[in-house]
Ligand binder design. Structure first.
Ligand SMILES: [Zn+2]
Length: 76
């Protein structure tokens, strides 16, 4: 059996790919529902994904929202 963890880390093939704008929009919609998701640029290609932010990314998102600057955070 292949390791699920390794698969998730090494590949983005099974993830939904977004344009920058769509990823930000999708993350924003989930955050509006209380789900902490952020948009990030994929390290494998020129597209974006959404996923759970790290603690640090979360803090950055929070402060930017506070500044009225709804945004993506690229933590990769
Ligand atoms: Zn990707």
């Amino acid at each position: 059996m292949a390791s699920k963890r390794r698969l998730r880390r090494r590949s983005c093939a099974n993830k939904k790919q977004y344009t920058r704008g769509d990823a930000i929009k999708a993350a924003k919609q989930r955050r509006a529902k209380g789900v902490w998701i952020h948009a990030y640029h994929c390290s494998f290609g020129d597209h974006w994904h959404i996923g759970h932010p790290t603690k640090q990314a979360k803090a950055t998102i929070r402060s930017r929202i506070r500044d009225g600057e709804e945004t993506d955070v690229d933590t990769t």
